[in-house]
Ligand binder design. Structure first.
Ligand SMILES: [Zn+2]
Length: 176
């Protein structure tokens, strides 16, 4: 209810305002109750409104800043799980570089990387299980080809490819 008028006395604009106010309060309560960090909207004299995340006022790219504040921790948690790293150790990872290398490749490469990290790429073990190959042997050496063998294979050809790729990543990361 409006502070001074009964509900029936309110016009359509006033009723809509009350409804919007109620919905905002419910949404904020839901947000806080779900354990997420508080996003405060504190008006500052001279500006219509401001938004701050973790105490820092956001002045540009508001949509992406909010998106990142919500999803970055979730994405990092996901990758830690994928890479078998304790979430508490996630601060040891250079996430900025990690993001740059993911953005540096085209869609095909990104799809391959994502499949590889999810352990569903075309490794010998997966291909044998899918009955696409007779055996799970690495095409370059005699060992079984699982996910980690892709970068642990010690043949000269694999080493050359690995070193070239590392160099490309280094150049990409240093150039941005
Ligand atoms: Zn091999």
């Amino acid at each position: 209810m409006d502070d001074e008028k009964e509900w029936d006395e309110l016009d359509i604009w006033e009723k809509t305002n009350v409804r919007a106010d109620t919905m905002v309060k419910e949404a904020l309560q839901y947000w806080v109750n779900s354990g997420r960090q508080r996003i405060s909207t504190t008006p500052v004299p001279g500006t219509p409104w401001t938004i701050s995340i973790s105490g820092e006022t956001i002045t540009s790219k508001i949509r992406s800043e909010i998106y990142e504040s919500v999803w970055t921790p979730q994405i990092q948690k996901h990758w830690c799980k994928r890479m078998y790293i304790e979430h508490e150790q996630s601060n040891l990872i250079d996430w900025i570089t990690f993001g740059k290398t993911m953005k540096s490749c085209d869609d095909n490469d990104r799809q391959f990387r994502t499949k590889h990290m999810a352990h569903i790429s075309a490794t010998g073990i997966n291909m044998k299980r899918r009955q696409e190959r007779e055996d799970d042997i690495c095409p370059r050496c005699e060992m079984g080809e699982n996910n980690t063998h892709i970068y642990e294979c010690t043949t000269d050809e694999t080493t050359d490819i690995y070193e070239t790729c590392c160099l490309e990543i280094e150049v990409t990361v240093d150039s941005k």
